[in-house]
Design a protein around this ligand. Structure first.
Ligand code: PMP
Length: 429
């Protein structure tokens, strides 16, 4: 008997909360049943019913070379044959650390974790331990994983489900998190003038990717660097999404602003569960076993995950890789803008290399309020129209889209044809 996504979802809801292991997968943001995936190759995946989709989610970012790149799979298979994990040091962890230190400008020393959430949790604890201060500043609609301090006015699934601040987070913890509007430097300067010497860290997504895609305004990241220097607080760039994607050295390389700590995830694991936190050696040595800030992980630096990540990183250091990715993203986004205009549908289209945000809005989207003002119901109709035509966008208006190196001219042209057909149906709203 052929399994259907619908039947699987019925069963899943009986034994998994909401039928999914991470909230946005449930399609709550767009309505309808999620599709269940069977397998994937290059820019495509196939659902359990055998239908093929062109994938613009890419496992939420890791699949920068497309699915199942032969070199990544070969590296994983070779490591699997040597053993799945030992909980003791391995050479491949050293290779990974050396490569990350060479590629990311702000990293001299790096600790691996098993997820982005853990990486950011560690960075926050380290910043607090290093400065001896408790308060932190984050930005509205930025998502930094689901640890207590950071689930305050968060983006991604928290926003999709209308729960930007979670139940279960003690007030004593959340009251140390100050939240400011993204891309609003004067608001940061004002807050720092009041509390600057109590603030351990300012944490930011250097390109916001958890409320669609909202790039930094010129001067915003530079301004954050300056206030952190002025008040002696730690600047954290959460590059879980942007790391290795927008440039080999991440957003800090693209925009030329050096954070103190950098968090990584997604691409660094090549599709397996990995995160990392890195920074200057002197600060990183505040972590156990050299320093007083405790952090650990049974599976941290897992050799199979390191093999997938290393192969993925090596493939993207090829000269011209990001130039091509940026060009393809530009072609897709420019093509969509032209078709939206021709169809008389107001869209705002943001993009950086390999990442995009498509909003149904009249005004440019440069911050959280503009994201919230965009028409998410129209996005849901656009999403379902494309889904029916075999193009899979993020099932929420508040997520970025991702391109891979496997998205070629043919796939982009097919996406634009499908978008044109769907836009024609949206006009009549
Ligand atoms: N930070 C950012 C910027 C992210 O985009 C994400 C996940 N989307 C996280 C942290 C959390 O990573 P993970 O889901 O691996 O815990």
């Amino acid at each position: 008997m052929t399994q259907t996504s619908h039947a699987l979802f019925q069963v899943a809801q009986q034994c998994i909360p909401g039928g999914v292991n991470s909230p946005v997968r449930a399609f709550r943001g767009v309505g309808g049943d999620p599709i269940f995936i069977d397998h994937a190759e290059g820019p495509f995946f196939w659902d359990v019913e055998g239908k093929r989709y062109l994938d613009y989610v890419g496992s939420w970012g890791p699949m920068i070379h497309g699915h199942g790149h032969p070199e990544v799979l070969a590296a994983v298979h070779a490591q699997v044959n040597k053993g799945l994990g030992f909980g003791a040091p391995t050479a491949i962890e050293v290779e990974m650390a050396e490569l990350v230190c060479a590629l990311v400008p702000g990293i001299e020393s790096v600790r691996m974790t098993s997820s982005g959430t853990e990486a950011v949790m560690t960075a926050i604890r380290l910043a607090r331990g290093y400065t001896g201060r408790d308060r932190i500043i984050k930005f509205e609609g930025n998502y930094h994983g689901h640890s207590d301090s950071l689930l305050v006015k968060a983006g991604s699934g928290a926003l999709t489900l209308g729960q930007p601040s979670s139940a279960g987070v003690p007030r004593e913890i959340s009251q140390n998190t100050l939240v400011l509007p993204y891309n609003d430097l004067p608001a940061v300067e004002e807050m720092m003038a009041r509390f600057g010497f109590d603030v351990a860290t300012i944490i930011v997504e250097p390109v916001a990717g958890n409320m669609g895609c909202v790039p930094p305004e010129p001067g915003f990241l530079e301004g954050l660097r300056a206030v952190c220097d002025q008040y002696g607080c730690v600047l954290i760039f959460d590059e879980v999404m942007t790391g290795f994607r927008v440039a080999v050295g991440g957003a800090q390389a693209l925009y030329g602003v050096r954070p103190d700590l950098t968090t990584l995830g997604k691409i660094i694991g090549g599709g397996l569960p990995v995160g990392a936190v890195g920074g200057p050696r002197e600060m990183m040595e505040y972590l156990a076993p050299t320093g007083p800030v405790y952090q650990a992980g049974t599976l941290s630096g897992n050799p199979v995950a390191m093999a997938a990540g290393l192969a993925t990183l090596r493939l993207l250091t090829v000269p011209g890789f990001h130039e091509r990715l940026a060009a393809q993203t530009g072609v897709l986004c420019k093509g969509l803008a032209e078709r939206a205009e021709a169809a008389g549908v107001s869209m705002q289209i943001n993009h950086v290399p390999g990442m995009f945000g498509w909003f149904f809005a009249e005004q440019p989207v440069r911050g959280f309020d503009a994201v919230m003002a965009a028409d998410s119901k129209r996005y849901a109709r656009f999403f379902h129209g494309l889904l029916a035509r075999g193009v899979y966008l993020a099932p929420s208006a508040y997520e970025a889209g991702f391109l891979s190196a496997a998205h070629g001219d043919t796939e982009i042209a097919a996406t634009l044809d499908a978008a044109e057909a769907v836009l024609a149906t949206l006009k009549e709203d």
